[in-house]
Design a protein around this ligand. Structure first.
Ligand code: G4F
Length: 374
């Protein structure tokens, strides 16, 4: 059973204004908070780990598989992070990881998160992206000794679930807030809705400090090359440097609320630093079409997209989410969270990063951090 710092001791010593840990007093025992991150080898996991290390956290990452190639990449970036083996498909390994790490906070970022793949491997998506949330919550519940409904949250481990704007899908209103009804359009979106409601249910059933961040699209140079922003920034860089002539894309009229991943991980930590658990929409409140993304990216490199972009039916989805736009006012009012980076800056940063990457590597993009990868 859990013997780490209790909820009270871990959280009463934080600044009431900024919610960050107060500097340690010489007379007090160390109060380093310990975080366990699933999906640490993905884009969000790496940014979150960096951010928490900077805040003074002891950070552990759950990694799966025997020879996971992303681990080496992570090690180069984040030598301070400690790794532990575990798998969202294996309940016992999650219980063992929580027992070993004794975290104050668990961030569940692991998922099969590439939407088209969820049609190809719908069952696996349900297992990992949906039931994986159940297994992490159960590991926390068991290790916290919570056995009866509404047990008091003693020694409570705080839990963050990476929910998504894909749950809104065919959205009934715009912009979308925490009350907007869900209408997911892919097996991925359906699995995320399950994880979202389960997180609420464990909060209501067991009094757990369990919250969901309903994150709209968030990107960076560490984004996997299969997602449209990175596919475009890499494509532009390849065309600019003469490695390719064309970029093949799907639906150019879809619109998304795109922000910078480094901004969004700040919101995750803030959610777990509140007095009361609650869910929050995280996004910029500004939406752009894929066509605008393409236009800005090509212009950054001094190119005209009309000369290079070809639409290809192979990238059209069985059911599309046409337009998403966040209403992040609750996060702004209660978390004091706002994104720092705007859309054009984000796109040009990604294009510039890929131009440098390809120029340095002779046109080979290498293994990126991938998705918020499971
Ligand atoms: O970049 P995307 O693949 O992201 P999508 O489907 O919105 O999902 C991402 O964001 C969600 C919200 O944070 C996450 F939950 C999810 O895990 C993932 O990170 O596609 C964006 C849009 C879509 O409408 C798609 O149809 O771009 C359109 N698109 C057009 N051509 C393309 C392409 N998407 C991809 N990946 N590749 C194309 O060639």
């Amino acid at each position: 059973m859990r013997s780490g710092p209790s909820r009270k001791s871990a959280y009463s010593r934080q600044c009431l204004v900024c919610k960050l840990p107060r500097r340690r007093q010489n007379t007090e025992a160390p109060l380093t908070r310990r975080a366990l991150i699933t999906g640490i080898t993905g884009q969000d996991g790496s940014y979150l780990a960096e951010y928490l290390v900077d805040l003074g956290y002891e950070v552990w990452g759950l990694v799966r598989g025997q020879a996971n190639p992303r681990v080496r990449h992570l090690r180069q970036l984040l030598g301070d992070v400690r790794l532990i083996r575990g798998d969202l498909l294996d309940q016992g390994s999650l219980i063992a990881a929580v027992e070993r790490v004794q975290p104050d906070e668990v961030y569940n970022l692991a998922a099969i998160s590439y939407v088209p793949m969820s049609w190809q491997q719908a069952e696996l998506t349900g297992e990992v992206t949906g039931l994986g949330v159940l297994r992490v919550l159960e590991a926390i519940r068991v290790c916290s000794g919570i056995s009866a409904s509404r047990s008091p949250g003693r020694g409570q481990i705080r839990f963050y679930q990476a929910s998504t704007s894909e749950m809104f899908g065919k959205a009934r209103e715009s912009p979308q807030n925490e009350q907007t009804a869900f209408h997911p359009r892919s097996p991925y979106g359906v699995a995320k809705v399950y994880g979202h409601f389960l997180t609420q249910n464990y909060r209501e059933s067991y009094g757990m400090f369990a919250v969901s961040g309903i994150m709209f699209n968030h990107e960076s140079p560490r984004r996997g090359a299969e997602f449209v922003t990175r596919k475009v920034s890499l494509g532009v860089a390849k065309i600019k440097l003469g490695y390719e002539r064309q970029l093949r894309l799907g639906n150019l009229s879809a619109s998304r609320d795109w922000g910078f991943a480094g901004d969004y991980v700040r919101a995750m930590q803030l959610m777990l630093a509140q007095d009361e658990p609650s869910d929050y929409v995280i996004g910029t409140g500004v939406t752009h079409s894929v066509e605008t993304l393409v236009d800005v990216a090509f212009r950054t490199a001094g190119l005209d997209w009309h000369d290079h972009v070809v639409t290809d039916a192979a990238f059209i989805r069985p059911a599309e989410v046409d337009r998403l736009c966040a209403d992040p006012s609750k996060a702004r009012d209660e978390l004091d969270w706002e994104p720092k980076m705007g859309f054009e800056e984000l796109v040009s940063m990604m294009v510039d990063a890929d131009l440098r990457l390809l120029a340095d590597s002779g046109g080979i993009a290498g293994d990126s951090f991938g998705t918020d990868s499971w």
